[in-house]
Design a protein around this ligand. Structure first.
Ligand SMILES: C[S@@+](CC[C@H](N)C(=O)[O-])C[C@H]1O[C@@H](n2cnc3c(N)ncnc32)[C@H](O)[C@@H]1O
Length: 266
């Protein structure tokens, strides 16, 4: 399946290889031998681009914060917003910002990069008042603070949220995926290298994230239902301005490929 059409934030091995080769070419942005000239642009998911465009169609949206916008897409959704919608301000928050992102960002005077955890209590204030918060394939990774607390923390600062997320389609309730046990967990989520031995080290501290493995954002953490996401946003005073659902997320039976824009209604 064409990875661009496949939806979601994980990308096919082919695209990842291309990204690794490109990043391995050096942080100076010089293409490796044999690659065409010009900066590497990872493919972006059309559903996510439509979601950004739908958010910017709202008159109150004139700025954007992309939370967790780096891995495998090199902040491509921030750059789409910058190039297509000329926001007065854009902020990218990610624990791991690459040299390539910094280099491309330098062309945009209104683009701020914050290399920090977006779940920290202080980060929403660091971001400041913002038109739309992008949460693309990141909500299901958030623990302590959990996904709904993240929404709660940013809600007072935001006019809208654009969310793309594999949504738990097995219902009826939202659940912590690790509670499924190793066999069912591995059946439900995409294969990843860091799942090897994960269940044996859940209580060990992951030195990179300074928290136990059971709480790191590097693995799939939540099965969030569509009902719970909509209810949480309604409780925060946001209503649906845009929503699309596209069946199984990259062929996973337990997750549906969904995207939403919620805007402040109260
Ligand atoms: C699955 S990738 C999603 C990338 C992109 N948003 C997309 O849709 O393709 C998750 C990204 O979010 C970052 N991330 C996840 N949780 C985070 C957190 N709480 N604070 C900072 N960065 C986070 C990771 O470093 C990674 O770059």
């Amino acid at each position: 399946m064409d990875p661009v059409q496949a939806g979601g934030g994980d990308v096919s091995p082919k695209v990842l290889d291309a990204l690794r080769r490109r990043l391995g070419a050096g942080s100076d942005g010089v293409p490796a031998a044999g690659e065409p000239d010009g900066p590497f642009r990872p493919p972006l998911v059309p559903l996510k681009l439509r979601t950004i465009d739908a958010a910017f169609a709202l008159p109150e949206v004139t700025s954007v914060a992309d939370l967790g916008g780096v891995w495998a897409v090199e902040a491509g959704y921030s750059f789409h917003a910058l190039e297509q919608h000329a926001p007065e301000r854009a902020v990218l928050v990610d624990d791991d910002i690459t040299p390539g992102v910094r280099e491309r960002a330098a062309a945009f005077g209104q683009f701020e990069l914050l290399e920090q955890n977006f779940g920290l209590e202080r980060t929403p204030a660091d971001v400041g008042p913002i038109g739309v918060v992008l949460l693309f394939d990141v909500l299901l990774h958030q623990v302590d603070p959990d996904w709904d607390e993240i929404l709660r923390r940013y809600a007072p600062h935001a006019q809208a949220f654009a969310i793309a997320n594999p949504m738990w389609s097995r219902g009826p309730d939202t659940l912590r995926l690790l509670d499924l046990g190793e066999e069912r967990y591995r059946q439900a989520v995409p294969p990843q290298d860091n799942l090897e031995g994960l269940f044996g080290r859940l209580d060990e501290v992951n030195p990179r994230r300074a928290r136990p493995w059971r709480d790191v954002h590097d693995v799939w953490q939540w099965g969030i239902t569509d009902t719970d996401l909509r209810a949480t946003m309604a409780e925060l005073g946001f209503s649906v301005a845009f929503a699309e659902q596209h069946g199984p997320w990259r062929g996973l039976a337990d997750f549906e490929d969904c995207a939403y824009v919620f805007h402040r209604s109260a």
